[in-house]
Design a protein. Structure first.
Length: 305
C-alpha cells in the first residue's frame, strides 16, 4: 500500500497543523453532559489513543467531529476544515469505523463496498490489498456474516479509498485474537506510510501496544493527554510492601491503601529514599516496586487517587 494522499495544503508547506483540532468542544444532551470543554490536537501521522470506559464520551466526541451530532459549544477542525461548515468535504477524505456497527444485511459484501465507493470522489485503490489482508467473503449476504466478518468488512470500507485520516471507534470488537494482532500490525504499517489514526478504545492493553499518545476521558472531560511512555514515567513507581504487625502502623502518603492480605500500596514519585528510610523501621516481609502501567494510570484517573 502507498502513502495516504490529498494532504492539506498547509501540511505540504510544512505548517504545524493538527489533523484533528478541538477547541473547547462541548456537547450536551439536554441537561446531561456528553462532552465538555475538550481541547486537544491529533498530529499528522500518529496513532492517537482515546481511552475511557463505556459512557465516558468517546463516541459522542467522534460523532460530533463527523457531523452526526451538533456541538453545543466550542469548535473543531478536521483536516483543516470546520466541522460546522465543511462536514461534507471532511467525510470524503476520512475513513470511519463506527462502534455501533450496523451494516446493510440484504447486500453482499461486494455490493456493500461498491455502494460506499460510489459515495466518494476518489477511487477505491486499496480495496484489493485490504481484502487480501482481511479476507472478507464478498459473495455472501452481510446478514449471514459473523460479528468478526462484519468488523473486517468495516475495516476494508474505512481504508479502501486511501483516506488521510481514519477514525476508529472500538475497532477490534468481534475480532478473534489472531485477527486483532493482524489489525495492530496493519495499523503500525499505515502509520509508517503517513496515515493518521484516531483509535478509540476501552481496552487498555491495545492502546498501550500501538498508540503514540493517549487522551484519557472521564465523564466527558479530558483528564490526561500525553505520550504513553512519558505519561507512565511521570507517574512514578508503585510500591507494595508487607510488614510484620499491623499495616495501619505505617504512616504512608495520602494515596496509601491497605489491600487484601495486609499489603500496603502507595505511589512513589521523586522521594523513594524517604520512604525506604521509613520502611527500615519495620520488619519488611515482602516488597514489590513496579513502574506505572497504562492501566495504573487509567485507574488513577477513574478512582481519584
Amino acid at each position: 500500500m502507498h502513502r495516504a494522499k490529498n494532504l492539506h495544503p498547509l501540511l505540504l508547506l510544512g505548517e504545524c497543523l493538527g489533523v484533528i483540532e478541538l477547541d473547547s468542544l462541548t456537547k450536551y444532551y439536554g441537561d446531561i453532559r456528553g462532552i465538555e470543554d475538550l481541547s486537544f490536537e491529533v498530529e499528522k501521522g500518529e496513532i492517537f489513543g482515546y481511552l475511557g470506559p463505556n459512557g465516558a464520551g468517546k463516541t459522542t466526541t467522534i460523532r460530533t467531529l463527523l457531523g452526526f451530532l451538533k456541538p453545543t459549544g466550542g469548535k473543531a477542525r478536521v483536516l483543516g476544515k470546520d466541522i460546522k461548515k465543511d462536514i461534507v468535504e471532511i467525510k470524503q477524505d476520512v475513513g470511519y469505523i463506527p462502534g455501533d456497527l450496523s451494516l446493510y444485511g440484504n447486500l453482499t459484501g461486494d455490493e456493500f463496498l461498491n455502494y460506499f465507493a460510489s459515495l466518494r470522489p476518489s477511487d477505491s485503490s486499496l480495496r484489493e490489498d485490504l481484502l487480501e489482508t482481511f479476507e472478507v467473503p464478498l459473495d455472501r449476504k452481510i446478514e449471514g456474516f459473523s460479528r468478526g466478518m462484519r468488523q473486517k468488512l468495516a475495516i476494508v470500507q474505512a481504508f479502501m479509498h486511501d483516506p488521510e485520516l481514519v477514525i476508529m471507534d472500538e475497532p477490534t470488537a468481534g475480532l478473534d485474537p489472531l485477527m486483532q494482532q493482524k489489525l495492530y500490525e496493519f495499523l503500525r504499517e499505515e502509520k509508517q506510510k503517513g496515515r493518521t489514526l484516531f483509535f478509540s478504545s476501552h481496552i487498555l492493553s491495545e492502546v498501550d501496544k500501538i498508540c503514540d499518545r493517549v487522551g484519557i476521558i472521564r465523564e466527558g472531560r479530558l483528564v490526561a493527554l500525553e505520550g504513553i511512555e512519558s505519561l507512565k514515567n511521570k507517574r512514578g513507581k508503585i510500591v507494595r510492601v508487607k510488614i510484620e504487625g499491623d499495616p495501619e502502623d505505617f504512616d504512608g502518603p495520602k494515596d496509601m491503601r491497605i489491600e487484601d492480605g495486609g499489603w500496603i500500596r502507595f505511589v512513589v514519585r521523586k522521594d523513594i529514599n524517604y520512604w525506604i528510610e521509613k520502611l527500615s523501621k519495620f520488619n519488611v516481609l515482602d516488597l514489590e516496586v513496579n513502574n506505572f502501567s497504562l492501566e495504573d494510570i487509567f485507574m488513577h484517573y477513574y478512582e481519584g487517587d
